[in-house]
Design a protein around this ligand. Structure first.
Ligand code: GLA
Length: 657
């Protein structure tokens, strides 16, 4: 049975609240305490069996569901739902020993050993058939279990492998994509450095080689690796559907850092179909490693997740109450951070808030990873806030299914990110992700709710669309349509430069030359820390271009070399397009020029969710240490009282308008 995206986990009452739960790490008596405390905290769903392959399938001919049965029954008796994982993310040592060819090989040609997790080659037939079998056995057994709410396939897919099996699969994928060896040679531009292939057997994964590898090969390898993992995901999802057609099926996508290993927009199509939902994991980067404040990081993770669900509700599958174990430098959040962060994810479209993990592990690589129930126990800031947020979520049940209202979009294209990362570029500092995050944070500080959208999508609902760095673009058609129909588009430098094969378009800036009415003569990158002065008093950093107006107005120019236009503006149809021939050191003057004002003080987060029938909810989160007035009228769902207008320092409110 298909269900609409407005109720992504139909059997969970209200919003989802819980986390990864690993009872296999604990004696039975602890399970009872877990369930008691989960109920106290308002937990209504937990992810189980993620890393339990070794207990469910302890040997080639043994299956043992006793423990999982007990866990599922316990949850059912406590009224807690299960996000039941297929446990295929971490093959145990027996499997790797029996099928050594399933251990992944890295780009240096070294076969990795078992002993951690995710040790598999996605292209190894023994692994492929085993994971489909596991999914099938679990689905057959638990399809009608009363605890089952949804399926969790694998975990955080990212593994690539460079072995001979991978090479065979890569060749088959390339034959499909390019049709013939001539097509491949053409796409990869193999006349360069005499790389021409005369037989398919010569084509290899991008294993380490003597000098800069072919960028076309690297780009296709990324596409292939993403498709291969998607195929693996789908094989499990299809095996589940055969027995359990009515429950959502998902996997946890990663939106932390440069989350561009997989083409998540293509993945989104597969996890948002009937019975499938987009779920993401998001972790904060500590202050010593990021100049973006935590609330803005949370907003980016949430807005990126919503983008993967193409604007529909999604689910935050993992976040952390405090530090994760894998960050450089442990950190503890300050009182209230957890409440504000979790509410911000919900404000931005998540249908609940889940964590890694319910209870902190006593052993293993993540023994110092934070949890809902920390090593410090129940009498802790963390657990008190976990209980408080659980109570808040229960009061917000009626927002389920509503969508976020956004004024602006930032364009994100995974293929473009991959292409921009290939070596041999004029500047290694023109990285897409940090730039998207910088623009997003600047908009967040202005109180502008921003989507992350694919450049090929319908953009007509947005007042503003920003393309800070869209390096790869085949055609301007969709962007042109947006502008001609009244949109305001801002394109950053070094955009539109290459096509889908990473071939430089003739006549820079290639795909956007006609759209912007600008001609780029040459790239003039800046040294680290160097600033370009513009004649409007603003500064550029990292990159400049000698750019000339063909059919555009020059708004500002570089004072020194290249001494050409730096900011261009063009009216087109009912809209306008801006082109920046440098990265603005400060984005605020640009936003002011665009008339993109908001009267929200910095650090006061205001986001609106709207039901299809028009009911709206204003989420107000005060990340500052001052009181702020929030002009709205209605009931604050968190307190059940009429909204009075004043939001105290650190406080949150959800106003039913
Ligand atoms: C990922 C994984 C989890 C856990 C957390 C720790 O999100 O999915 O299994 O390792 O990281 O932050």
């Amino acid at each position: 049975m298909a269900h609409p995206n407005s109720d992504i986990i139909p059997t969970v009452e209200g919003l989802a609240y819980g986390g990864d739960y690993n009872p296999e790490q604990w004696p039975r008596e602890v399970w009872d305490e877990d369930v008691r405390l989960m109920r106290e905290a308002g937990v209504n769903i937990v992810s189980v069996n993620i890393f339990a392959w070794a207990s469910v399938h302890p040997g080639p001919d043994t299956w043992d569901f006793e423990q999982l049965d007990a866990i599922m029954d316990l949850l059912a008796s406590a009224g807690i739902k299960a996000d039941l994982a297929t446990s295929t993310a971490s093959p145990p040592p027996w499997f790797s020993q029996l099928h050594p060819e399933t251990l992944p090989v890295n780009a240096e040609g070294v076969r990795l050993n078992s002993g951690a997790r995710a040790e598999y080659c996605p292209h190894a037939p023994a692994f492929q058939s085993k994971v489909a079998e596991m999914a099938s056995r679990l689905a057959e057994r638990y399809a009608d279990h009363p605890a089952l709410a949804m399926w969790h396939v694998g975990n955080e897919y990212y593994r690539s492998c460079f072995c001979d099996l991978a090479a065979d699969a890569f060749r088959a994928w390339l034959q499909d994509r390019h049709g013939s060896l001539a097509g491949l040679n053409d796409a990869w531009g193999t006349t360069f450095w005499s790389q021409t292939y005369s037989d398919w057997s010569q084509v290899l994964p991008p294993r380490i080689c003597a000098e800069t590898p072919n960028p076309g090969l690297l780009l296709d390898w990324q596409r292939f690796s993403s498709d291969a993992l998607l195929k693996l995901f789908r094989s499990e999802a299809d095996a589940i559907t055969a027995f359990s057609p009515d429950k959502p099926i998902t996997t946890n996508l990663m939106v932390t850092g440069d989350f561009s290993f997989l083409d998540y927009h293509r993945w989104g199509d597969h996890v948002t179909g009937p019975n499938r939902l987009v779920a993401t994991d998001h972790y904060l980067i500590p202050p010593h490693d990021s100049d973006i404040e935590w609330p803005a990081q949370v907003a980016f993770g949430a807005d990126a997740s919503r983008g993967l669900a193409a604007g529909s509700p999604w689910l935050l599958m993992e976040q952390s109450t405090n530090s994760s174990a894998w960050r450089r430098g442990y950190f503890a959040k300050r009182p209230g951070d957890q409440l504000r962060h979790s509410l911000s994810y919900v404000a931005r479209g998540s249908e609940g808030a889940m964590y890694f993990q319910w209870r902190a592990s006593r052993y293993g690589a993540e023994r110092y990873h934070s949890a809902m129930l920390p090593h410090g126990g129940e009498d802790s800031k963390v657990f008190r806030e976990v209980k408080e947020f659980g109570a808040q979520l229960r009061r917000l049940a009626e927002i389920k299914g509503s969508k976020v209202v956004s004024r602006a979009a930032i364009l994100l294209d995974f293929e473009s990110c991959w292409a921009a990362k290939t070596p041999g570029q004029p500047s290694s500092d023109m990285a897409t992700y940090p730039e998207l995050r910088r623009w997003h944070a600047a908009l967040w500080r202005r109180g502008i709710t921003t989507d992350l959208a694919n450049p090929a999508w319908d953009l007509s609902a947005y007042e503003y669309v920003f393309a800070p760095h869209l390096y790869l673009l085949d055609s301007d058609a969709n962007l042109r349509a947006y502008v001609e129909n009244g949109g305001r588009l801002v394109i950053g430098p070094y955009s539109g430069v290459v096509d889908h094969n990473d071939h430089v378009h003739p006549g820079l800036p290639g795909a956007i030359r006609d759209l912007t009415g600008v001609r780029v003569e040459e790239f003039v990158p800046l040294a680290e820390g160097e600033r370009a002065q513009l004649d409007d008093g603003t500064e550029g950093q990292t990159w400049t271009e000698a750019a000339h107006a063909i059919d555009a107005e020059v708004i500002a120019s570089f004072k020194d070399y290249p001494a050409t236009g730096a900011v261009f503006h063009r009216r087109l149809g009912r809209g306008e397009v801006w082109y920046l021939a440098t990265r603005p050191a400060d984005l605020n003057p640009l936003f002011n020029r665009l008339g993109l004002f908001s009267d929200t003080p910095e650090g006061l987060e205001l986001v609106r969710r709207r039901h299809e029938d028009g009911r709206t909810y204003l989420f107000a989160i005060n990340h500052t240490d001052q009181s702020h007035t929030v002009a709205a009228s209605g009931t604050n769902l968190l307190t059940g009282t009429q909204w009075t207008g004043e939001l105290a320092p650190g406080e949150t409110a959800v106003i039913r308008e």
